[in-house]
Write a new protein. Structure first.
Length: 125
């Protein structure tokens, strides 16, 4: 697979799959996904979904089946991003943020959402 020469960031999944962030897209496994802006940092959330941050406000999940979904509303300028299970760390030049949350697939719509307070893993959005 050839990746674009204008890549701004790159990551490798635990299954050795590259993802490359550019000014307008995320490229992974032959798929091009629209990004909310220049992707400066990225990390695989799981096998198919990638977290992205950059010159735009917030952290987004990108995957081939759905459009971008914002999971954090922090300011623009994310330069470092890491994910492990339900734990997330991201930061810019001045601040490092740590978060822990789960996203659940809604059985009716197939969309991802945060669980309701007090909800266990079997709840849907």
């Amino acid at each position: 697979m050839r990746y674009p020469p204008n890549g701004l960031s790159v990551t490798l999944s635990p299954l050795a799959v590259f993802a490359v962030g550019t000014r307008e897209t995320l490229e992974s496994e032959g798929h091009s996904m629209a990004a909310p802006g220049p992707v400066r940092s990225l990390a695989y959330l799981d096998r198919n979904r990638v977290l992205v941050g950059g010159d735009f406000a917030g952290i987004y999940i990108l995957d081939t089946d759905h459009g971008p979904m914002q999971v954090s509303g922090r300011g623009a300028g994310t330069r470092v991003l890491a994910a492990a299970g339900s734990n997330l760390a991201f930061g810019n030049a001045n601040l490092l943020s740590l978060a822990s949350a789960r996203l659940l697939r809604n059985r009716g719509t197939g969309e991802w959402s945060k669980p309701r307070p007090g909800c266990r893993s079997l709840c849907s959005g």
